[in-house]
Design a protein around this ligand. Structure first.
Ligand code: NAD
Length: 442
């Protein structure tokens, strides 16, 4: 089989490489010339465990090719995947200009039947817009070429994207023709053979499934952050509460960890987009609006604790920050809570010295010289008045408390991920503040 992946970002690059890994002939196309030139040389635009080796291996075997020209990569292709970005519009709706731009380009250049599959996260009704855009171009050309459209939303998680794609819980495919179903069955056979199910459904339901999944996960996080904040007020420990509820199989242990709010390129924009889809259809998504509000508030909780601890005055103080990426195992800084915390600290007149195992370059691109970025987690502590832990990278979980004690000038730790044991911290003489734990008061 031969496929063309349009958009070589997180989703397109991971998906394209994984399809190549199971023997499919893949061309990844992107309009970003630099990105494509770099990929040809084995330089990846993102950090994702296992991806670099897979890209290099399949590129060498010529199963994975890179190009900037979609028009030259449509002949003899069974499936064209659209994996371009769908950033939020001004009102929070998903901006479809890239998705529809690709559809127009396909319609302008296709010569034979192909299946146009949307992998980007797109609102209900987008597949029909894609179909119309392609047909419009065929009509302009005065040609009659059959084609199908399908929706195949992607559920990979950044930080575990390769593994998620190769071993998915499920593959969701929305389509409305037998021919399209046969093609998708063949394409995903290597995965179904290994026990990973494909769930076929109508196109609108597939589009809705992706937003419903992300909104449910975001809801779990905001719900737990609300519970954590209340735990603090009433003197309960959210860690015990989490274990208590997570052992109920109807709730489950996943996604019920409180923290500094969800971030990344998907949850914030997808929750917004679903709220907008509902608004446009005259329905009020009250739960999701609350989910968003709680999340915005949560991003400031750690900063609030510092303000409280230092009696409302952070001017001239220096803070160490461990963890910048919105979650571990990625360098993605989109909507990262760390950025909100840093901006608030700077606005309050504090200085910031930060470390992240992989997101330093990306943070420098965003923040410039506004903060000091340091390649060693312990060096950030020198002369700092306090430590913020914002991302739960494994290397932060068991640090040397002796070294922290020696280097950190101010003996206070604000743990946004509850990765430390409050008793251990107190035993070393630190004032310790987690999220939703019976916080030590000053
Ligand atoms: N990142 C995730 O974890 C994730 C997971 C599941 C679904 N999604 C969804 O998948 C889609 C893509 O997300 P992403 O994170 O990969 O985005 P991204 O920004 O990392 O990549 C998008 C790429 O598309 C390219 N592009 C834009 N217009 C193009 C065109 N006309 N032709 C060729 N290339 C073009 C851009 O240059 C960019 O490289 C979004 O809808 C997103 O919501 C993302």
């Amino acid at each position: 089989m031969k496929i063309t992946m349009v958009g070589t970002g997180y989703v397109g690059l991971v998906t394209g490489s994984c399809f190549a890994e199971v023997g499919i002939d893949v061309t990844c196309v992107d309009i970003d010339q630099q990105k494509i030139e770099n990929l040809k040389k084995g330089i990846l635009p993102i950090y994702e465990p296992g991806l670099e080796e897979m890209v290099k291996r399949n590129h060498e075997k010529e199963r994975l090719n890179f190009s900037t020209e979609l028009s030259k990569n449509l002949d003899g292709v069974d499936v064209v995947f659209g994996a371009v970005g769908t950033p939020p519009d001004e009102d929070g709706s998903a901006d479809l200009k890239y998705v529809l731009g690709v559809a127009h380009e396909v319609g302008q250049n296709m010569k034979d039947y192909l299946l146009m599959v949307t992998k980007s996260t797109v609102p209900v009704g987008t597949a029909e817009k894609v179909r119309t855009a392609i047909q419009e171009e065929l009509d302009k050309r005065g040609v009659n070429i059959p084609f199908d459209v399908a929706s195949n939303p992607e559920f990979l998680k950044e930080g575990a994207a390769v593994d998620d794609f190769l071993k998915p819980d499920r593959i969701v495919v929305g389509l409305d023709s037998d021919k399209a179903k046969n093609i998708m069955e063949k394409l995903y056979k290597p995965f179904t053979m290994n026990g990973h199910p494909v769930i076929f459904m109508d196109i609108v339901s597939a589009e809705m499934t992706k937003y419903a999944a992300n909104s449910m996960l975001a809801t779990k996080i905001s719900f737990m952050n609300d519970i954590a904040n209340l735990c603090e007020i009433v003197g309960a420990d959210v860690n015990s509460v989490r274990k208590g509820i997570g052992s109920d199989r109807r709730i489950g242990p996943y996604f019920i960890y409180p923290g500094t709010g969800y971030g990344g390129s998907c949850f914030p924009k997808d929750v917004k987009a679903l709220i907008m889809t509902a608004d446009k259809n005259g329905y009020d998504m009250e739960v999701l609006k609350a989910v968003e509000n709680v999340n915005e508030r949560q991003k400031s909780v750690l900063f609030g604790k510092a303000m409280n601890y230092f009696d409302g005055n952070l001017k001239g103080k220096t803070f160490a920050i461990w963890g910048l990426a919105f979650k571990p195992q990625t360098d993605d800084m989109r909507e990262a809570p760390s950025l909100v915390i840093i901006k608030k600290l700077l606005a309050a007149g504090a200085k910031v010295k930060a470390y992240d195992p992989v997101a330093i370059k990306e943070t420098r691109r965003i923040m410039g010289d506004a903060i000091q970025l340091i390649d060693d987690q312990y060096e950030t502590l020198i002369d700092a008045d306090g430590l913020f832990v914002v991302t739960e990278w494994p290397e932060f979980k068991f640090p040397s408390l002796k070294i922290i004690d020696k280097l950190l000038k101010g003996k206070v730790v604000f743990d946004g991920r509850n990765i430390y044991n409050p008793e251990d911290m107190t035993a070393f003489g630190f004032d310790y503040f987690g999220i939703g734990r019976n916080a030590k008061r000053k």
